[in-house]
Design a protein around this ligand. Structure first.
Ligand code: L34
Length: 290
């Protein structure tokens, strides 16, 4: 039996409609317009695509939107100084500095510099810590998108065996943490595999839910999954033949109960969760509680 395809694109659209209505209400009732600034350093083509989508989506939702494209030669000091200004700008509720940054800039310093209240990526150590103890303000966008996809596709998360492949700070570590919380849409048993895992297949074969953020095409093949698994493919690999994920989609979909495609899976959800966080930031910074 072939899998149900979980369309991140469709779910993202549904959530964007919800956000749009809330933005209108915020404007009418409180005269507040959510403001998002994107900062891109350098000319990485993939980053340009993602930042472009973030800017476009924020405009479509009626946000105030600002974009700073800085040359690859920008110094860390210059970037930190820009962030300092954005931290103080009352029009701006969310600050997004697209990663990766050029090698001469220390990423940790930059993430520390963003006001945690405006950290709509959820990457500041304060927000990472709050997530860890189950008191998050801002969930990181890709993991939040994954959880939302699981919930809205009707996947049983509670008590499930979740296996995460990849341990990055952006995806693997936070999604593992989120799904093991004692909370609705979580309460799973979570295993995290990585490059030093002795026998990956041993773990992936046991998964009810398999989340793959390995950064490598066909990191997960059909022999590595059990019948009826739900597969979330977080990978975005640019091959000569086009975009593909980290999962051998064609073969795995014959065994899975449900699977996300690439493109049109997790990617659009990442963008949408950024919008959701920016809306939340606009409320938090203005003391609006609804
Ligand atoms: N600060 N840096 C920061 N925040 C983030 O949340 C990100 N990420 C990751 C890279 N750096 C970041 C993103 O935005 C990855 N990422 C991201 C965002 C969107 C998409 C993929 C990755 C996306 O929309 N993908 C489309 C295909 C787009 C294309 O044609 O390339 C998809 O349908 O999967």
């Amino acid at each position: 039996m072939a899998a149900k395809i979980i369309s991140g694109k469709a779910v993202a659209q549904e959530i964007r409609e919800e956000i749009k209505k809330e933005v209108e209400k915020l404007k009418e009732k409180y005269n507040v317009t959510p403001g998002l600034v994107t900062v891109l350093v350098g000319e990485d083509p993939a980053s340009q695509v993602y930042v472009g989508q973030k800017e476009k989506t924020s405009k479509n939702l009626g946000f105030y939107s600002e974009r700073h494209d800085l040359p690859a030669t920008t110094s860390e000091e210059e970037l930190l100084s820009l962030i300092g200004k954005l931290n103080k700008d009352p029009k701006i509720h969310g600050i997004l500095v697209q990663l990766p940054l050029p090698k001469h800039i220390n990423e940790t310093n930059v993430l520390y510099a963003i006001d945690p209240k405006k950290d709509v990526d959820g990457f500041h150590p304060v927000n990472v810590g709050k997530l860890m103890i189950g008191e998050p303000d801002y969930l990181p966008c890709t993991p939040a998108g994954i959880q939302e996809l699981l919930i809205r596709s009707g996947t049983q998360i509670e008590g499930a065996e979740v296996v995460v492949v990849g341990r990055s700070n952006i995806v693997g570590k936070p999604i593992a943490n989120m799904l093991l919380q004692k909370a609705p849409g979580a309460n799973a048993t979570v295993t995290v595999c990585h490059t030093r895992t002795r026998d990956i297949k041993f773990h992936t074969k046991r998964a009810d839910i398999l989340i793959v953020a390995a950064g490598r095409p066909k990191a997960v093949t059909a022999d590595m999954v059990k019948e009826g698994v739900v597969v979330i493919d977080v990978g975005v690999n640019r091959l000569e033949t086009g975009l593909c994920g980290d999962v051998d989609f064609e073969a795995v979909k014959e065994k899975a109960a449900a699977i996300t495609p690439v493109p049109g899976g997790v990617g659009p959800m990442t963008i949408t969760m950024l919008m959701k966080n920016t809306l939340k930031a606009a409320k938090l910074l203005n003391g609006i509680r609804e």
